[in-house]
Design a protein around this ligand. Structure first.
Ligand SMILES: [Zn+2]
Length: 275
């Protein structure tokens, strides 16, 4: 499998998954558009997953449906997990040491790069701090990456993708996020490093288009939307009476959840088509 980011000018959505079923739902959405896709696991989900089985499933199912599907380990703070993910054939890993001083972030990122390069695994790292749902939305200036830090980081590491804190946040936005396009402009001017935008759930189509107009932006992460689709599947199941004790049928519920995740994936991937 070729490493995805350097290979082409393609831009990707990366969807968080936590099981073979959620991976399958996202992949079915991608297949509906004959689109390649990145599946990513949070550190928490990763810890619970059967790594070897998920890797085997994603590879064989992608083959079967005729798409490329890549596995990424998102926001990982543990070097042992990263090492293991590389061992199990994840296509890319993110070392998130963004809460540490820049020097320390650089030091840990270099360790991961050394480890990953020999196995042809891509490395994503974060500069600045992308806010979490607790503080989403007053996040507009706090945590925004400094261009000097980005420069220093890129000079001292050999990462393949940079997650740069530009004002998006994880979780649900409580207002309209203020994106620092000026910072993206500066980074793009500085380097052709592929960029990753976190916190894609809740951004408007207009914002996606604006972001995707930067060809350096290669990966936009969608996590909360996958979870909300799962929830929607459950809600629809309740509305349809599938959760009543009499006639309870897990298969029907499973299908509702699968279809909700699949439909959301299709909706997102269509945005890429419009670019
Ligand atoms: Zn993130």
């Amino acid at each position: 499998m070729h490493p995805y980011i350097h290979h082409d000018s393609q831009q990707y959505f990366a969807f968080n998954i936590w099981s073979i079923e959620s991976a399958k739902a996202v992949m079915d959405g991608a297949a509906a558009l004959n689109s390649d896709v990145i599946l990513q696991t949070s550190m928490k989900a990763y810890e619970l997953l059967d790594k070897k089985e998920l890797r085997a499933f994603v590879s064989s199912y992608a083959d079967k449906i005729g798409i490329h599907a890549y596995l990424h380990l998102d926001h990982c703070k543990r070097l042992d997990f990263i090492k293991e993910a590389i061992h199990y054939g994840w296509d890319s890993v993110m070392i998130d040491a963004s809460d540490l001083p820049l020097n320390e972030n650089i030091r840990l990122t270099r360790i991961v790069c050394d480890n990953a390069k020999s196995r042809n695994v891509l490395v994503e790292a974060e500069v600045g701090q992308i806010a979490g749902q607790e503080d989403a939305l007053s996040v507009t200036t706090e945590g925004i990456a400094k261009i000097e830090d980005v420069e220093l980081f890129l000079e001292n590491t050999s990462i393949d993708m940079l997650a740069v804190a530009v004002g998006t946040a994880h979780g649900l936005y409580k207002g309209t996020p203020l994106l620092h396009y000026d910072l993206i402009d500066k980074v793009v001017h500085l380097s052709d490093i592929p960029l990753v935008i976190h916190g894609g759930t809740g951004l408007t189509e207009e914002t996606f288009s604006h972001l995707l107009s930067y060809r350096n932006i290669k990966k936009i992460n969608i996590s909360t939307d996958v979870k909300l689709s799962y929830r929607q599947g459950i809600e629809e199941s309740i509305d349809n009476g599938y959760l009543l004790r009499e006639g309870f049928d897990p298969l029907k519920i499973h299908k509702k959840i699968h279809d909700a995740i699949m439909d959301m994936t299709v909706t997102k991937l269509k945005i890429l088509r419009e670019e």
